[in-house]
Design a protein around this ligand. Structure first.
Ligand SMILES: Cc1ncc(C[n+]2csc(CCOP(=O)(O)OP(=O)(O)O)c2C)c(N)n1
Ligand SMILES: [Mg+2]
Length: 541
């Protein structure tokens, strides 16, 4: 506490607390209930990004949170503004992203009389946030916002929601100046960490799978130290991808099936034991689950060790394990051979000269034009599954997928958050044609705010990830077709961007190069083969 005082309306007080936590922009869609928040921002030139659907505002805030490891802010007007943001907030909840949503709210003083958009948001938002509350007094706003931010940033991180009744946000008050939220690191139980270290060091064929919280917890360097010290091969998912650069001797991607079949200890760090990891069932292998908070321990699996706490502390302790260790060099060499074999197969697919174009070839061409630090965003079904298989993020924090909630529509919001974060980097959205329907109108927002991004649409004319499984299950499909060969590039052109349609594999490379040089949102509409189905064991999503 500095003893400093501030005075202003509810918008000023809220913004002061948000800025103290390092928030540098707001994403929003206009509504009178939140005008004081705009007024506060406007008077100090605090950037305001206006979008065309509230989900894009929340997804943009989430991208900022994911990429910058600090809270992202969305301001949503009362009623439908807030409810339109619910799927995106739920995604942030599943992803452990520190998103702050400030909502407008009908006046408290005549609650129940039937004001415009009068609904109690809090019970709707409580199940998908770490904290959801109404602030009933103007002078309580700074402390309420700082408290909510601390909750969002405390591992396991996640979104928070506050709404401000009309008269509360429009009234003025004087309060203490807000401080930055304080989040002390959570110390793990040293015995549990030692148990985990012994299991890994004594294993003959250990494997690490690193997930998003490794990036969110700023534990990438510690992960690398632990992997190197114990000589354990590393696979990654979500934001963990790129934690070890692809050329690192312990970095693996393609040999996962072999690795998990043969491993005797599977170490899962910073990601839940969910459907993406076979619900944590690795056959005879023992499981070490390393989580950033006790709340993340799995109820459905009994791991051999499960240290909970600051991931940097846990991983550094593993790196400094004082005991003896097995030699894993044969195991690493075996996996490297499997990896190389799979890579050779992939190389053929990436170069496929087929007509119509197969998605693999799109990624083959993209790999040639993407810089190491490019941010790639996946929003779609099969087309994005291929992106996961064929793109190899070279740096941590460069791959944005929707996460385990699997919500279509992240595309333009994530793109906006990524472009705001990195004005100079390539930002590339990989989109299914179905997914495009959820957010493409927000190209208009990107154009208006001068935020160029490249959008590559895998246009197969179908909801592919649903059509193929439905046909396999029933022998027919319904509600799975879209208009074939639709000109999504024309949509983007109409909104002030640019683009082109590509139907032949040889034209892909030049089109992508034009896209990255365009300086405006540019959509490359790639007509892909509708017969191409992503091979998966379980096709339901
Ligand atoms: C909001 C939302 N609605 C529906 C789904 C179910 N779903 C998952 S993938 C998919 C198909 C996506 O089609 P498209 O974006 O064209 O990609 P494709 O599979 O054709 O490559 C659908 C409808 C979802 N995940 N999210
Ligand atoms: Mg499709």
């Amino acid at each position: 506490m500095t003893g400093e005082r501030i005075e202003g309306h509810g918008g000023d007080l809220a913004l002061a607390a948000l800025r103290a936590a390092g928030i540098r922009e707001m994403f929003t869609l206009s509504g009178g209930h939140v005008f004081p928040l705009y007024d506060a921002a406007h008077r100090i030139d605090f950037p305001i990004y206006g979008v065309r659907h509230e989900q894009s505002a929340v997804f943009a805030a989430e991208a900022v949170a994911k990429l910058q490891r600090r809270p992202g802010l969305a301001v949503l007007t009362a009623g439908p503004g807030v409810t339109n943001g619910v799927s995106a907030l739920t995604s942030a909840h599943f992803n452990g992203s520190p998103v702050v949503v400030l909502g407008g709210r009908a006046p408290a003083f005549r609650w129940g009389a039937g004001s415009l958009q009068e609904i109690d948001h809090v019970p709707l938002l409580a199940p998908v946030t770490k904290h959801a509350a109404t602030v009933y007094a103007t002078e309580e706003i700074p402390a309420a916002v700082t408290g909510a931010l601390a909750a969002a940033l405390t591992p396991h991180r996640g979104p928070v929601f506050l709404d401000l009744p009309l008269e509360v946000v429009f009234s003025t008050a004087e309060t203490a100046a807000p401080d930055a939220p304080v989040v002390p690191p959570l110390e793990p139980d040293p015995d549990e960490v030692a148990r985990a270290a012994r299991l890994i060091a004594n294993a003959r064929r250990p494997v690490i799978i690193a997930g998003s919280d490794v990036h969110a917890g700023d534990a990438v360097a510690a992960l690398r130290e632990a992997a190197e010290a114990l000589q354990v091969p590393v696979f990654a998912n979500g934001m963990g991808r790129g934690a070890l650069p692809p050329e690192h001797p312990l970095a693996f991607a393609k040999a996962r099936r072999t690795a998990l079949k043969r491993a005797d200890v599977v170490v899962v760090v910073g990601t839940p034991l969910d459907f993406r990891l076979g619900f944590g069932d690795f056959g005879a292998a023992q499981v070490v689950h390393i989580v950033d908070a006790p709340s993340q321990r799995a109820g459905h699996v009994e791991p051999a060790a499960c240290p909970a706490g600051d991931l940097r502390l846990i991983l550094s302790a593993l790196a400094n394990h004082p005991g003896g260790r097995e030699d894993h060099s044969d195991w690493v060499a075996d996996l490297r051979a499997a990896e190389n074999k799979a890579k050779a197969r992939t190389a053929e697919e990436l170069a496929a000269e087929t007509d119509p174009i197969r998605p693999a070839r799109v990624y083959g061409e993209l790999r040639r034009v993407l810089a190491r630090d490019a941010v790639t965003i996946g929003d779609g079904g099969d087309f994005v599954s291929y992106a996961g298989r064929y793109l190899e993020p070279a740096m941590p924090g460069t791959w944005l997928d929707p996460g385990p909630y699997g919500c279509l529509g992240t595309g333009m919001g994530y793109a906006m958050g990524a472009r705001v974060t990195y004005p100079e980097r390539q930002v590339c959205v990989l989109m299914g044609d179905g997914a495009a329907g959820f957010s493409l109108m927000d190209v208009e927002s990107l154009v208006r705010h001068r935020l160029p991004v490249v959008i590559v649409v895998g246009n197969n004319g179908i909801w592919g990830l649903e059509k193929h499984p439905m046909r396999a299950m029933y022998g027919y499909d319904v509600a799975a077709d879209l208009q074939p060969e639709l000109r999504y590039d024309d949509v983007v052109r109409a909104l002030g961007g640019a683009g082109e349609t590509v139907a032949r594999a040889v034209d892909l490379g030049p089109a992508l190069r034009r896209a990255f040089e365009a300086g405006v949102p540019y959509l490359v509409n790639v007509l892909t083969d509708p017969a191409d189905a992503y091979p998966r064991s379980s096709n339901l999503a």
